[in-house]
Ligand binder design. Structure first.
Ligand code: ZN
Length: 79
């Protein structure tokens, strides 16, 4: 099952327990990082560009259901 992606006006809701706020999200992404090392060799990432990103699964923190989310309107969102 593919996970629907929340938009500006929608959010996830667990269809089993109604949880709206806590999820474990497994995401895979391809990212270009600008790594800046200081003279001691300590690395710091100064810029990140996300080339592609996909959500592989969403697990509910309350009832442990995997990929049982639906999109509902956010409070106050314009439909
Ligand atoms: Zn749940």
């Amino acid at each position: 099952m593919t996970v629907p992606k929340p938009t500006d006006g929608t959010r996830w809701r667990c269809t089993l327990c109604g949880n709206l706020t806590r999820f474990d999200v497994t995401r895979s992404s391809k990212v270009v990082e600008y790594v800046h090392l200081d003279l001691a060799g300590e690395a710091r990432i100064e810029e990140q560009e996300v080339l592609s990103e996909s959500i592989e699964s969403v697990r509910c923190r309350w009832c442990d259901a995997a990929d049982q989310v639906e999109l509902v309107d956010r409070p106050g969102a314009q439909v």
